[in-house]
Design a protein around this ligand. Structure first.
Ligand code: FCB
Length: 433
C-alpha cells in the first residue's frame, strides 16, 4: 500500500469499548445469580465490584482521552434501571444521564449499548427471549432509556452480540438463562430482531433521528478438514447464520437461518427492513468447524495454523479474517463500525503488534471501498470476562484487581500514536518491552 493508504482520514474515529457489568461493579442481575449458582469456569469467582467504573468514571474518561480516543462505548445496565418489572429507578437514570453528559463534555462521543448480555433477574422468569413478552419488555426498557440519549449525538447499539447470547444462553445452556433447546433458540432469535425494531421505534419517538445498529460478533470460519465436504458446508452455513443472518434481517426484513442440528427459520419480520443505520462488528478470531456424526453435529476449535501462538485466552491470531469479513460487509451498503476488537495479552507485550496488524486490515478494507467509520478497542481496561472471570486481560490499561489501580500497558503509547498522527506505522520494538 502507498503512504497515503497508511493514513486514516481525520473523520475516522478511534475509541475504546466497555460494558456495564464487566466494569461498573455492584450490579445484581442474571449474571450475578449465575455466579452464585457456581456456573462460571471457577465456581467461587464473582464479578462483585468489577473495576469500580461506576465510581471512577471521570478517571476512566481521562484514561481514554490520554490514549487519543474520541469515542467511548458503554452499556446501560437494565437491572439497575428496572430492578423489578415496571419499577424504574429514577436515581439510576439521573446517574447515567450525568455520566453520559460528562463524557460528551470531555470530548468523547458516547457509543451507548442498551443491552450487553445481562438482564434483570425478573426477565428470564417472566419474559425470556423465546416468549413474545420479551419484545414488549425490551420496548418498555428502550422507552425509558431514550431520554438519556437526548442531545448527545450518540451512536446507539440496541443489542450486543445476540448470536453469542443465543448460542450461549439458549442452545448450550452455558450462560443465563441456561436453556439448551434449538427450537427455543430460533424463536428467541426472531424475538431479538423484533426487539431491535421495537427499540428503534421508541428511540425515534423521543429522539427523532437516531444512529442505531447492533454489534455482531463475527468469526472467520475454516473447515477443520479442508477436504471434507461436510466441514466445508458447515463453514458456509455457519458464516451465514452466525455472522450475517441478523444484519441481513435488519437490512432486508427477511430473517433466514439454516443450521444443521440447531434449527432453521425463514420469516419476514415486520418493520425490520432498513432498521439499522450501520453495521456493528466485533471481531476477535477464527474458528475451525468439524462435522461430527451425532448431536450437536458441529465441533469447533481454535488452531494455531501459522505458528503465531494463540492469544492467552486460546484464540487464533487471525487478522486476515478481519479484513475478509470487513470486505463481506460491503454487501450491506452501510457504514461499518468496529465496535470491538482486542486481545487477551496478560503480559501486555503482544498488543501493539496486534493493533498494528488489525488496523492494517481496516486500512486495506477502506482502500477496497468498505466504508469503515471507526474502531473501538476492546477494552479500555482489564475487566470481568464473563465465564472466564478474572484471568483474561484485554485492557489497554492493566488493572490491579486488588487496589483497582490502572496502569498503562505498552499498547497505550502505540494506540495514541496512531490515533493522533492518523498514520499506521509499525510499533517500535520499545513499545513491546
Ligand atoms: C465479546 C463481548 C465482550 C468481551 C469480549 C472479549 O464477545 O462482547 O463483552 O467479553 O468478547
Amino acid at each position: 500500500m502507498s503512504a497515503h493508504d497508511m493514513t486514516f482520514p481525520d473523520n475516522f474515529t478511534f475509541g475504546v469499548a466497555t460494558a456495564a457489568y464487566q466494569v461498573e461493579g455492584g450490579i445484581e442481575n442474571d449474571w450475578s445469580e449465575w455466579e452464585r449458582a457456581g456456573k462460571l469456569k471457577e465456581p467461587h469467582v464473582r464479578c462483585g465490584r468489577a473495576v469500580d467504573h461506576w465510581n471512577r468514571y471521570e478517571e476512566d474518561y481521562g484514561l481514554a482521552l490520554d490514549v487519543g480516543a474520541t469515542a467511548f462505548r458503554v452499556s446501560l445496565e437494565w437491572a439497575r434501571i428496572e430492578p423489578e418489572r415496571g419499577r424504574i429507578d429514577g436515581a439510576v437514570l439521573e446517574a447515567y444521564r450525568e455520566r453520559l453528559l460528562r463524557m460528551k463534555a470531555r470530548g468523547l462521543r458516547p457509543v451507548v449499548t442498551l443491552h450487553h448480555f445481562t438482564h434483570p433477574t425478573w426477565f428470564h422468569r417472566e419474559t425470556p427471549w423465546h416468549l413474545p413478552g420479551s419484545v414488549e419488555s425490551f420496548r418498555a426498557y428502550a422507552r425509558v432509556c431514550a431520554p438519556l440519549l437526548k442531545g448527545l449525538d450518540a451512536l446507539v447499539i440496541s443489542l450486543n452480540e445476540p448470536m453469542v447470547l443465543l448460542l450461549g444462553g439458549y442452545l448450550q445452556g452455558l450462560m443465563p438463562p441456561g436453556i439448551s433447546d434449538g427450537a427455543k433458540t430460533m424463536i428467541a432469535l426472531e424475538n431479538m430482531v423484533r426487539a431491535h425494531v421495537a427499540a428503534r421505534e421508541e428511540l425515534q419517538a423521543v429522539l427523532g433521528k437516531v444512529e442505531l445498529g447492533i454489534s455482531q460478533n463475527m468469526l472467520a470460519f475454516a473447515p477443520d478438514r479442508w477436504w471434507h465436504p461436510l466441514d466445508r458446508a458447515l463453514v458456509r452455513l455457519g458464516a451465514q447464520a452466525y455472522n450475517h443472518a441478523f444484519h441481513e434481517a435488519l437490512v432486508s426484513g427477511h430473517l433466514r437461518v439454516n443450521m444443521p442440528g440447531i434449527g432453521s427459520t425463514r420469516v419476514d419480520v415486520p418493520g425490520a427492513r432498513g432498521s439499522c443505520d450501520f453495521i456493528g462488528m466485533n471481531y476477535y478470531t477464527r474458528a475451525h468447524l468439524r462435522f461430527i456424526p451425532r448431536p450437536p453435529f458441529i465441533s469447533f476449535q481454535y488452531r494455531d495454523t501459522r505458528g503465531r501462538g494463540l492469544t492467552d485466552i486460546g484464540w487464533e491470531l487471525w487478522p486476515e479474517g478481519f479484513g475478509q469479513i470487513l470486505r463481506e460487509l460491503k454487501r450491506y451498503g452501510l457504514p461499518v463500525w468496529v465496535t470491538e476488537n482486542g486481545v487477551d495479552d496478560r503480559e501486555g507485550q503482544r498488543r501493539p503488534a496486534y493493533l498494528h496488524n488489525h488496523l492494517g486490515q481496516v486500512l486495506q478494507a477502506r482502500a477496497q471501498g468498505v466504508d469503515v467509520r471507526g474502531y473501538l478497542y476492546w477494552s479500555l481496561l482489564d475487566n470481568f470476562e464473563w465465564l472466564e472471570g478474572w484471568g483474561p486481560r484485554f485492557g489497554l490499561y492493566y488493572v490491579d484487581f486488588e487496589t483497582l489501580e490502572r496502569r498503562p500497558t505498552p499498547a497505550c503509547h502505540y494506540f495514541k500514536e496512531v490515533a493522533t498522527t492518523r498514520r499506521l506505522v509499525p510499533p517500535q520494538p520499545s513499545a513491546a518491552r
